[in-house]
Design a binder for this molecule. Structure first.
Ligand code: UN1
Length: 500
């Protein structure tokens, strides 16, 4: 991997408002590889003092951060809307998710429980302790520029790790704002370092930092391809990263489903955040008996969606995060085949004044807006079936037997989120059991996971690591056991155990 050693020089870069590309939201200097390694070195040096800070005090820092984020909720949400085009209502929800994460972990500072464990022998005590790992490098994406970083940062810091955070270049202003709130909440300098860098520089700086023993954990949210590289890099240093990658999340509609509810769930799953969630709906898998009716109602609901200026309450979704995301969406449209029925989109996928959309609010030419698209007639051999589209595009497929529905729900290789709409409890439980996704919803959308449940996927969606809730503690601590023998004579495990 020769390119890993390249590392470009420091240079300024801007992030733009995707609803108005003339609006420069922030200009920041991108670090070179040495800058990232230096940040890891500083964080590494600060780690033992932070680990010695009593955990309840680290919990209080989480409490402070949560309070400050709550006090700045509207401003932070408005910045998310401006920088990544997320509708303001959704952006408020995202900031709430940061607050919820702080709420959850502030109490954990007073727990971080270990265990007392019975011994095979008398006069001997066994204990377990959670130990921080050291320094974590956290690399995050632009679609959830505040909530997903908080999922990593809050527990990593609470557990006594120091952190270098490398946010997306499309969300640098939100990162700066959130970073300032962490610092104001009492996170000392060097305990949390913020570094802006491009992808190649990040790999190069990270590889050096790993080689120097400065980094003990990588947390990565982004594409499966990039996650694979991160994983290979970490693996060479015998580390297992926390990965949150792509999805091709299915939504099964059975023949006994409440079709209206299923339509609402599919619309929200597929088109909220313009389909740019890792949990966004990839394909509806509808029983053939209800397929046509579902498709008619779903297409009509999608046709009625209002797209436009993300600051306006009336819109369902705003622009894509940036121009690169529109390019990616156009690539997805190239996967449409003659046997598919395409509705909604145009050849370019882009909403402009020349390729308008009824109900559009705002200036379509100023921003990067994409048409909502439904592709019917998708078959398991189609590339579209197994490709994450990360934009407002939903495939619709038909199934005949439950076995076939399960096979289609699992067969693309991703395993993040899945939903089933059914009135039968047995069908729902059986789907849960046979589905390989890390998260399953019944009569609810594939998106919208709550901040205190384990979040994460399997297969192409990740390596089984989980974020959120209590489970994330296992990502940022390792278990240390202690045995304490007070017999006064040598007691040999296995050998001196009395039989009964
Ligand atoms: C993501 O898309 O990376 O479940 C995270 C949800 C949100 C988080 C999504 N709570 O939709």
């Amino acid at each position: 991997m020769a390119e890993l050693n390249r590392g470009t020089a420091e240079r300024p870069t801007v992030s733009r408002n995707p609803a108005d590309l003339r609006d420069v939201v922030t200009e920041q200097v991108l670090s070179d590889a040495d800058g990232l390694t230096a940040a890891a070195r500083a964080a590494h040096r600060a780690q033992s003092a932070w680990a010695e800070t009593p955990a309840p005090l680290r919990g209080r820092v989480a409490q402070n951060v949560g309070r400050l984020v709550a006090e700045n909720k509207e401003a932070l949400a408005a910045l998310i809307t401006r920088e990544v085009g997320k509708p303001y209502g959704e952006a408020l929800g995202e900031v709430q998710e940061v607050i919820d994460t702080c709420d959850f972990f502030l109490g954990e500072g007073r727990r971080l429980y270990g265990q007392t464990v019975p011994s095979e022998m008398p006069d001997k005590q066994l204990f377990t302790y959670r130990k921080p790992l050291g320094t974590a490098v956290i690399i995050t994406a632009a679609n959830f520029p505040a909530a997903v970083p908080a999922w990593y940062l809050v527990p990593a810091l609470l557990c006594g790790n120091t952190v270098v955070w490398k946010p997306s270049e499309s969300a640098m202003a939100v990162a700066e704002a959130l970073f300032r709130l962490f610092r104001a909440g009492g996170v000392p300098e060097d305990v949390l370092r913020l570094v802006h860098a491009d992808g190649e520089t990040t790999y190069a700086g990270l590889e050096r930092a790993l080689t120097e023993g400065l980094v003990q954990k990588i947390g990565f949210t982004g594409s499966t391809a990039a996650g694979r590289r991160v994983s290979e890099l970490a693996g060479r240093h015998l580390q297992s990263p926390c990965l949150e990658l792509g999805g091709k999340n299915p939504l099964v509609v059975t023949d006994d489903a409440d079709l209206e509810l299923a339509v609402q769930g599919a619309v929200f799953s597929g088109f909220a955040t313009a389909g740019q969630r890792c949990t966004s709906l990839g394909a509806v898998i509808a029983h053939r008996a209800v397929h046509d009716e579902f498709l008619t109602r779903f297409s009509a609901a999608v046709e009625d969606l209002v797209v436009g200026d993300p600051r306006r309450d009336e819109i369902f979704y705003g622009p894509l995060i940036g121009e690169r995301y529109l390019e990616n969406f156009r690539g997805s449209l190239e996967l449409v085949r003659p046997h598919h029925t395409l509705s909604g989109s145009t050849a370019t996928g882009r909403i402009t004044s020349e390729s308008p959309r009824k109900g559009f609010i705002g200036d379509p030419d100023a921003g990067v807006y994409a048409h909502p698209t439904v592709v019917a007639g998708v078959l398991p051999d189609d590339e579209l079936y197994r490709t994450e589209t990360f934009g407002p595009l939903v495939s619709v497929m038909a199934y005949d037997s439950f076995d076939e529905a399960v096979a289609l729900a699992n067969g693309h290789g991703y395993g993040l989120s899945a939903a089933i709409y059914t009135r039968s409890a047995g069908t729902a439980f059986s789907f849960r059991e046979r589905c390989t996704a890390g998260m399953v919803s019944v009569n609810n959308s594939t998106v919208g996971a709550e901040a205190h449940l384990p979040f994460g996927g399997n297969g192409l969606s990740g390596n089984g690591s989980r974020q959120s809730g209590i489970w994330v503690l296992d990502q940022f601590t390792s278990w240390q056991s202690m045995n304490w023998d007070y017999a006064g004579t040598l007691q040999r495990a296995q050998m001196d155990v009395q039989d009964i």
